[in-house]
Design a protein around this ligand. Structure first.
Ligand SMILES: C[S@@+](CC[C@H](N)C(=O)[O-])C[C@H]1O[C@@H](n2cnc3c(N)ncnc32)[C@H](O)[C@@H]1O
Length: 190
């Protein structure tokens, strides 16, 4: 298949936005796959800020980063991503070049603990205020579970009404696949 699948498409967008020495955010670290990817993109001179409300996610991500010798490039916060603005250092405000959300539940974890539309949208608002121009927020939307469908609808409402002078908003989705496959919303700050 020549078309990018969903996760490679997300990775390409982040690669395009993030350079060595940059700041980046993983808003939902989970098992740390994206955190590790962001940490490689920012290199030794950059830094990644990661958030999750589950201690299990912090532990799993810490172990992954340690294994890959990336731990010193990352600060992990055991808090909700809607605390971003008061959590990341003020000198990074205006200088974040990429951010990622993987919505839904922790793979292999408690499926009852899921991302919620109100805090997800609040975190996107925080990010829009601290990203640099042309910084990209990539959101992978998993909507196969009941709460995921509610979050999808709230997010689509919010994203489709974001002022076009403020951000370019893109949706990337396979339209004819069964079983509600994930799709991407990408927001580029103007
Ligand atoms: C789909 S998983 C992330 C997967 C991750 N990208 C990986 O590589 O494994 C979603 C994560 O979001 C976390 N989460 C849910 N609500 C959150 C919130 N308000 N703030 C930060 N993380 C949250 C969950 O605990 C879960 O670990």
């Amino acid at each position: 298949m020549k078309l990018d699948r969903i996760l490679p498409f997300a990775r390409n967008l982040l690669q395009r936005a993030i350079n060595e020495g940059d700041y980046a955010v993983d808003a939902t670290i989970g098992n740390g796959h994206d955190t590790a990817m962001l940490a490689s993109l920012v290199g030794e001179t950059g830094h990644v800020f990661g958030f999750d409300i589950q201690k299990e996610a912090i532990d799993n991500t810490t172990a992954r980063l340690r294994e890959q010798d990336l731990l010193n490039r990352v600060s992990l916060f055991h808090k909700s991503h809607d605390q971003l603005l008061t959590t990341i250092p003020t000198e990074t405000h205006g200088n974040i070049s990429g951010a990622v959300f993987n919505l839904g539940y922790l793979p292999g974890g408690n499926k009852e603990i899921v991302t919620k539309p109100t805090s997800t949208i609040e975190a996107i608002e925080h990010l829009l205020s601290v990203m640099k121009p042309e910084g990209i927020i990539v959101i992978v939307v998993y909507h196969g579970h009941e709460e995921g469908a509610i979050e999808r609808d709230r997010l689509l409402d919010y994203c489709s009404t974001l002022d076009q002078k403020r951000a370019h908003v893109l949706m990337y989705q396979f339209m004819n696949q069964i079983n509600n496959p994930p799709f991407i919303i990408a927001i580029e700050k103007r």
